[in-house]
Write a protein that binds this ligand. Sequence first.
Ligand code: IVH
Length: 406
Amino acid sequence: MLDDPSIDDARYDGLFGELLALEARYPEMVASDSPTLRVGGAPLAGFETVRHAVPMLSLSNAFSDEEFADFDRQVRERLELGEGGVEYVAEAKLDGLAVSLRYERGVFVRGATRGDGDSGEDVTANLRTVDALPLRLRGDAVPRVIEARAEVYMTRSGFLAINERLEAAGERGFVNPRNAAAGGLRQLDPAKSAERQLTLACYGLGELDGADPPATQSATLAWFRELGLPTSVATTLPCTGLDACLAAYRDLEKRRATLDFDIDGVVFKVDAVRQQRELGTRSRAPRWAIARKFPAEERITTVLGVDFQVGRTGSLTPVARLDPVFVGGVTVASATLHNMDEIGRKDVRVGDRVVVRRAGDVIPEVARVLLDQRADPDAPVPVLPAHCPECGSQVIVADGVVRARC
Ligand code: IVH
């Protein structure tokens, strides 16, 4: 969005109204880049399946500097670079949903979710409601076909606003921006999708016809911007060699809290497309890119009680009831204690101050107890109930197995 209108609002509204009236009279004439489609067209009966001409890959993960160094070493070995540093681009790993945006002769014609990577769902109508998405590319030299791969996400401020609205209306809010964005993208009624105020950033190229592909990832990002396709502000380039990459990672980790959107790591991509081709792909993930994931977020809170959850098979799992805390993008009010052995090992008691950890979609867990902060040294150790809290039948502990069954 350039935010630089060439006509005043009143004139725009007048022309917009005229266009709406014309389109209502001649629906077959509605252009696929008509601005009226921004507000959401008619609801759909379901989503069509779209086959991706170029598969949408996923990323391998590195959870430590050592794992990242291994990745870098393998890249250098495969490219036979010796000690020479590889040029990478460091991009924020946006925590949203991957989509493919297809433009034909500069006009946005189709948007699809990643799905299983080979085919996804046609969410064109919903994507048209995303203001950041250009309905028409900029410039005269647009390729015949270009597919941009992008992440659709919701800003934190947008998420807070939508939850405030929902809660004021007595409805339940969303757990985190990612869930709100995912739900928004899969609304059958595009007008509902429009209400979510989603945004997006482009980071990769899919099908391309009628233009030479850029020689580097950084040139691809620059080309996207020339065409009017938004890219993420949280990008560092170039990053030459291991140390520069580790520094870029630390830098983004520091900036993470100040960003108005959730990121869950840094994606490092070998910049030169020629080198990317040489490295190739292994089981659906490129050998030329890796996601250096941020560690699971941790917060301190208090254990209010220990409950026992009955699973589908009748197994009992101890769960700590917690003073609610916001951690890893969601409010956590309970965390698994896994089993009785684990309670013993960690020495969890009611009233304890504990460190709660949550990463991405992983269920929250009690990482450790702050033993030096235990108020009552004689606080009782939680014990397995003799009877199932749901059906009242006796709880049996099979030899050696700590999990109990009704
Ligand atoms: S590139 C060729 N770049 O992460 C590799 N993905 O774990 C394809 N994601 O499905 C992905 N930010 O939804 C790439 N800057 C970024 C990204 C990014 C977020 C997501 C994307 C992808 C998932 C893979």
